[in-house]
Design a protein around this ligand. Structure first.
Ligand code: GDP
Length: 660
């Protein structure tokens, strides 16, 4: 029986055990709770797409790596999504790459670096509170209708002409002060080219088009074209019927013709003002200017004179002071010392000049101004934007140049993908051919043609299509009239067993440029007695191929006469006791006649025999050679038609190996 002390002990133990269990259970519960919390968090995280920066172009394999997906699974997914091109080296654009990334719960962010570019400010919320700016007017119309004459007339009343003794310089635009105190800016280049050029570059610089129509000629093709362009650019038109001083002038006809071509002239209830002018006499010119002011009042052109300056390059040229460009300020005010960016170049404004060539302190909206201080020449139509400092200007230009490079790459990308597709198709075809070959179908094994150059066959393989093409070009250029390299096949990649089989069957050779030749391929080629020209430097490869081609060149044969003899009589001898045989009795004229040398027999300048001596005797003794002046008997191998008077030439022939 346990005593009381022991009982207490046992109870305590029991309590401890119970307490342990309780604690264990509590710990377990806490663990489970924590695990659940973690799982919930994981799920929450899993559901939230993970942001990922993607470049503008990425290959399939690199995208798979970036998304942490096995390439095989990735390709499956792509195919499931309907992508046809799933080769590992196919280049995806950011749009497609982004779509695929989203499938893997990524939030694609395309790295275009746009934040580095400069942009125009958003339009003012309430333009009506901004200061008014001069309207910008372009003069358009058919050739010879008087555009230049009108511009010249207007120029005479320009700021420059009135304030600086009539001297104006062509800077692409000029400003004309009106009686009302307002100013109109005229673009100085008549015609459509300038307008179109600017429009194509996204710049609608003009607020108003003055359409010049000659009263004696009415609407002509370029008039119609000008109407079309102005309407397309949504620029209001004013009509100047010119040459009204002329007798043949027919104003009504012009109005009717214009109406027929969609110009809603005032007289017919429309809104388009028509002013009759004469660029020659100046008649109606004030009216024209006033009409332009009236129209601009209606249009109510306003712009900020402060904040980031913006504008367009009207034209650029190189003058004695350096690279200059006329900028038509659109918003803000440009001042010397400002940094501006246009297209792919920038300037720290060295000075601003107006159309009189006079330096001005500042140029506000609607003012054309010649800017000096460009790093590179900007282009007409480039948008001009002010940068806060030189560093920003440089960053923007660098970024734009890089963007251009990327855009070029985009075009190249199409070509690269196309090339890769073609190569893949070629590889597939090769595979199919190999299969066909294995199953006993015929291969492309050319026959050596009789006559013509000797064909030497090659199969070309290389690391990339560019080098394969370069190798092929260099090799094909080696052909001559005697020997010609014939390329049976070419492709990108390592040499394959099929290449060896094909080369062996066609008695050709393999060219391997800049790829590893697998040991089993080397062995197989050796067994099949197929030569592999293996190089990674093109000129050495060319040398090797030249050497191979040279082996097929016929040798260079040179002959040297060793001695000559004349046949002076023919006598018959009995051979082996019974056979009669003719022998030529000769006298050596010069040199030495050797028994083993080759001989030619010449009769009346023509060769009648070329062969060797059957016997050479001095009196009755066989000799190895007979010298100049001596007499001898000769017979020829299988030839008996010699005659008295024939000349015998003993000669040696050398064969020299030739090289390409
Ligand atoms: P553009 O080709 O449109 O620039 O036309 P021009 O301004 O060179 O003018 C063509 C010809 O028309 C020139 O010989 C001008 O002298 C002549 N011309 C221009 N305006 C008038 C005018 O109002 N009246 C007359 N009679 N001739 C004019």
């Amino acid at each position: 029986m346990p005593n009381g002390k022991e009982r207490d002990k046992a109870k305590r133990r029991e309590r401890f055990v119970n307490q342990d269990e309780v604690e264990d259970a509590a710990r377990q519960e806490a663990r489970e709770r924590a695990e659940l919390k973690k799982q919930r968090k994981r799920e929450k995280v899993a559901r939230k797409p993970i942001p990922i920066m993607l470049p503008e172009y990425i290959t399939v394999s690199n995208l798979a790596i970036a998304l942490h997906v096995r390439l095989e699974d990735f390709v499956w997914k792509m195919q499931e999504l309907g992508f046809e091109e799933t080769n590992h080296d196919f280049i995806l654009n950011s749009e497609n790459a982004g779509l695929i990334a989203m499938e893997y719960n990524f939030d694609p962010i395309i790295d275009r670096g746009d934040s580095e570019d400069l942009k125009a400010r958003p339009p003012a919320e309430d333009p009506s509170i901004l200061p008014q700016r001069p309207p910008i007017v372009t003069i358009m119309g058919h050739v010879d209708h008087g555009k230049t004459t009108i511009l010249d007339f207007l120029r005479k009343s320009s700021v420059a002409a009135t304030e600086h003794g009539g001297i104006t310089q062509h800077i692409g635009a000029f400003s004309v002060p009106m009686h009302s105190g307002k100013t109109i800016t005229f673009l100085d280049t008549p015609g459509h080219a300038a307008f179109l050029n600017m429009r194509q570059r996204g710049a609608v610089v003009t607020d108003i088009v003055i359409l010049v129509v000659a009263a004696d000629d009415s609407v002509k093709p370029q008039t119609i074209e000008a109407i079309k362009h102005a309407k397309a650019a949504n620029v209001p038109i004013m009509v100047a019927i010119n040459k009204v001083d002329k007798e043949e002038a027919n104003i009504d006809r012009v109005k009717q013709d214009l109406a027929r071509h969609g110009v809603d002239v005032e007289d017919f209830g429309g809104e388009t003002q028509v002013v009759c002018v004469s660029g020659k006499t100046g008649q109606g010119m004030d009216e024209l200017e006033e009409a332009a002011v009236a129209l601009s009042d209606v249009l109510d052109m306003r712009a900020e004179t402060d904040g980031q300056a913006e504008g367009w390059v009207l034209e650029a040229s190189i003058k004695p002071v350096g690279k200059v460009a006329t900028v038509l300020v659109r918003r803000g005010t440009m001042r010397p010392g400002d940094f501006i960016v246009a297209g792919n170049t920038w300037a720290r404004i060295r000075c601003l000049r107006n159309e009189a060539g006079v330096e001005i302190e500042e140029a506000g909206p609607g003012t054309p101004v010649e800017v000096d201080g460009w790093r590179e020449q900007p282009l007409a139509g480039d948008e001009v934007l002010q940068a806060v400092d030189e560093q920003k200007a440089k960053i923007v230009v660098d970024y734009r140049l890089e963007r251009e490079e990327r855009e070029r790459m985009a075009e190249d990308m199409e070509a690269i993908n196309e090339n890769r597709k073609v190569e893949q198709e070629k590889r597939d075809r090769e595979k199919a051919e190999a299969e066909a070959e294995k199953q006993g179908h015929a291969l492309d094994i050319p026959e050596q043609k009789a006559g013509g150059p000797k064909q030497v066959y090659f199969i070309v393989k290389g690391d990339v299509s560019g080098s394969v093409e370069a190798v092929m070009d260099s090799i094909t250029a080696l052909g001559t009239k005697e020997v010609h390299p014939h390329i049976l096949r070419s492709g990108v990649g390592q040499l394959s067993e099929f290449d060896i089989e094909h080369a062996a069957a066609a008695k050709g050779q393999l060219i391997n440029f800049n790829t590893q030749v697998e040991p089993h391929i080397s062995r197989a080629a050796e067994q099949a007695k197929v030569n592999i020209i293996n190089e990674n430097i093109i000129y050495r490869l060319v040398e090797n191929v030249k050497a191979e081609l040279s082996k097929h060149l016929p040798p260079l044969i040179t002959q040297r006469v060793l001695g000559e003899a004349d046949i002076s009589n023919i006598f018959s001898i009995t051979v082996k006791g019974r056979q009669q045989k003719n022998v030529a009795g000769c006298k050596v004229r010069n040199g030495v006649i050797g028994k083993n040398a080759k001989v030619k027999v010449i009769r009346h300048g023509e060769k009648v025999y070329d062969g060797s001596l059957a016997s050479l005797k001095n009196v009755k003794k066989d000799v190895m050679e007979i010298k100049n002046g001596a007499e001898c008997g000769m017979s020829f191998t299988d030839w008996f038609e010699f005659q008295v008077g024939d000349r015998i030439q003993s000669y040696e022939q050398k064969e020299e190996k030739r090289y390409l």
